[in-house]
Design a protein around this ligand. Sequence first.
Ligand SMILES: NC(=O)c1ccc[n+]([C@@H]2O[C@H](COP(=O)([O-])OP(=O)(O)OC[C@H]3O[C@@H](n4cnc5c(N)ncnc54)[C@H](OP(=O)(O)O)[C@@H]3O)[C@@H](O)[C@H]2O)c1
Length: 232
Amino acid sequence: MKLAIVGTGRMGQAVETAAEGRGHQVVARVGRQENPDGQALTAERLGGAEVVVEFTTPDAVVANLVRLADLGIPVVTGTTGWLDHLPDVEALVQAGGGALLHAANFSVGVQILLRAAREMARALRGQAGFDATLVEWHHREKVDAPSGTALKLRDALVAENGEREWPVTSLRTGWIPGTHALEVDGRYESISLVHTVRDRGVFADGAVTAAEWLCGRKGVFTFEDILSGDEP
Ligand SMILES: NC(=O)c1ccc[n+]([C@@H]2O[C@H](COP(=O)([O-])OP(=O)(O)OC[C@H]3O[C@@H](n4cnc5c(N)ncnc54)[C@H](OP(=O)(O)O)[C@@H]3O)[C@@H](O)[C@H]2O)c1
């Protein structure tokens, strides 16, 4: 598979390593300087890529996705902090006949955490003696807070149990690639669901799996669609 990488920071570099490790060819790398408002994203510059993997910043991603939707090329994006614009982007992808897979978190473990958290939310219906809170830890350079994953977890919890608030606490410190916890506390007991990333290679590997899966498909997907095996 021929890939283009848009955004050459921590994740872009990790995706390149993961893709090459799986026998794919990176034919283009597009960085910030050459790409204000997505201007570098032309068919020519993308060098015949069959799929684009995009990891940039919340202020750059939407312009990139709009340009790529015009080209009709399949795109995997893991950039967080832009989902308010999803309906507009989705409409453009559908109109252009392309494909987009977006996910705030490309780790399989986080998808399992999501399922466990939904179950926990259901079990807490009517259990006013317990408090519940989400906590997330990330490295000091992460731009958005709460993390996209924490917001996704909160939405899932609210959908299962709207009886209570599900507050989120965000900590930004050091080099932590990403830790998410659902902490439930009763008077005499506590329950913790914790997911810890040891290496951001897990996200890169998941993004490459998503790119492999997306080739040949049309429409808008999330990482959950791959793991569930159900087409939306
Ligand atoms: N979905 C997941 O599993 C997952 C996992 C980890 C992170 N993330 C998210 O992925 C995003 C990137 O994370 P990261 O750790 O790789 O951040 P990063 O190291 O800061 O990298 C972001 C890169 O995007 C570049 N960039 C900014 N605007 C651009 C543009 N218009 N065109 C091309 N490149 C542009 C930046 O260039 P400069 O360095 O020149 O500014 C930087 O190299 C964040 O939103 C983060 O929250 C998602």
